[in-house]
Design a binder for this molecule. Structure first.
Ligand SMILES: Cc1ncc(C[n+]2csc(CCOP(=O)(O)OP(=O)(O)O)c2C)c(N)n1
Ligand code: SF4
Length: 309
């Protein structure tokens, strides 16, 4: 197992043949995340995918994946992963599968499944120390069904179910759940946040996770042009801006110890990130919501102060 970190994107092997011809929206940050993750995971994987946008990637009898793929209901991808892991272990034990041919079991879900509907089955899998990867592409809403509010939706975002109006001019009133800490409280061996705009950081994290037996979890903030009301060509810049403003902290936790893997030298104002997106347009027009913008900046500043940076 070679887990030597790579230094540049040029050192990352091509993912040729791992994923091709995908029917997702142009500029989908989740898809870009998946591509980068597959480069690190390789083709000996079985992907267990909860209902969401990526369910549509494989349409029987066609699939863009070189690897195996299994579809589950939103609530139970980690339970599906348990079944696959158990089946592989039994086949290896019976000598019907060479351990060299073992597969990595990878759960792939959106935030609706990860933060809300599938959280109980994830908790169960973590508790059982299931040996699997979990990749959550977090577009901060239920994307596939029209961008409805999820537990991952940030304060003040407009969604299909939290439109800004007279009673709630900010749109969403609640704060984003802290899934990283919810997962960390279960003490998995490896846990990280990742970004499609930082492929070297992403690749090294997924590779590093390989050495740990048990749950290996990844949350990727993933721009979603139709839901975020952004230009598809801006997705990578936007994902980068989320990191550069400090709104998306890149970090990992090895056996619970948290380390930030990329700290911006100079944090950009969060306003730069918000004003790029139609889902926050009501904060700027017709009247600028100064207090709300200030509150979001304070929340970001508060996070970095709390972690001592
Ligand atoms: C229990 C349940 N409720 C609702 C649905 C309908 N549904 C299918 S996909 C989807 C959206 C999933 O959102 P998310 O997990 O964030 O993934 P994304 O669509 O953003 O890829 C919903 C609500 C469902 N399949 N199961
Ligand atoms: S709706 Fe968003 S998450 Fe879903 S495929 Fe389109 S860009 Fe990707």
């Amino acid at each position: 197992m070679d887990i030597t970190p790579v230094k540049s994107i040029k050192d990352i092997p091509s993912e040729e043949n791992l994923l091709s011809g995908t029917p997702a929206c142009a500029g989908c940050g989740g898809l870009l995340t998946l591509r980068h993750c597959l480069k690190a995971l390789g083709e000996n994987t079985v992907i267990v995918n909860a209902a969401g946008c990526f369910t549509l990637l494989s349409i029987y009898p066609f699939t863009p994946f070189m690897s195996s793929w299994l579809y589950t209901a939103m609530a139970c991808a980690p339970a599906g992963a348990q079944g696959v892991r158990d089946a592989l272990d039994i086949l290896i034990k019976k000598g019907r599968l060479d351990s060299e041919e073992d597969l990595k079991v990878v759960v792939l879900t959106g935030d609706g499944a990860a933060y809300d509907i599938g959280l109980a089955s994830t908790s169960g899998a973590l508790y059982r120390n299931l040996d699997f990867y979990y990749i959550c592409y977090d577009n901060e809403a239920y994307g596939n069904t029209g961008f409805q509010w999820s537990g991952a939706t940030p304060f003040a975002s407009k969604t299909g179910t939290t439109p800004p109006g007279k009673t709630a001019p900010t749109g969403t009133l609640t704060n984003k759940k802290n899934l990283f800490e919810i997962w960390r409280s279960h003490k998995p061996p490896y846990l990280a946040t990742i970004s499609p705009a930082y492929p070297v950081d992403l690749y090294n994290k997924v590779k590093k996770a390989e050495q740990y037996k048990g749950p290996k979890l990844f949350i990727a903030l993933s721009p979603c042009p139709p839901g975020w009301a952004t230009d598809p060509s801006h997705s990578v810049n936007l994902a980068k801006l989320a990191v550069d403003t400090g709104i998306w902290a890149l970090k990992e936790a090895v056996h619970g110890d948290v380390k930030h893997t990329l700290i911006p030298r100079k944090f950009k104002p969060v306003e730069n990130y918000l004003k790029e997106q139609g889902r926050f347009a009501h904060l700027f027009k017709p009247v600028r919501q100064e207090e709300t913008i200030k509150k979001i900046q304070e929340m970001v500043d508060g996070y970095w102060k709390e972690v001592g940076i």
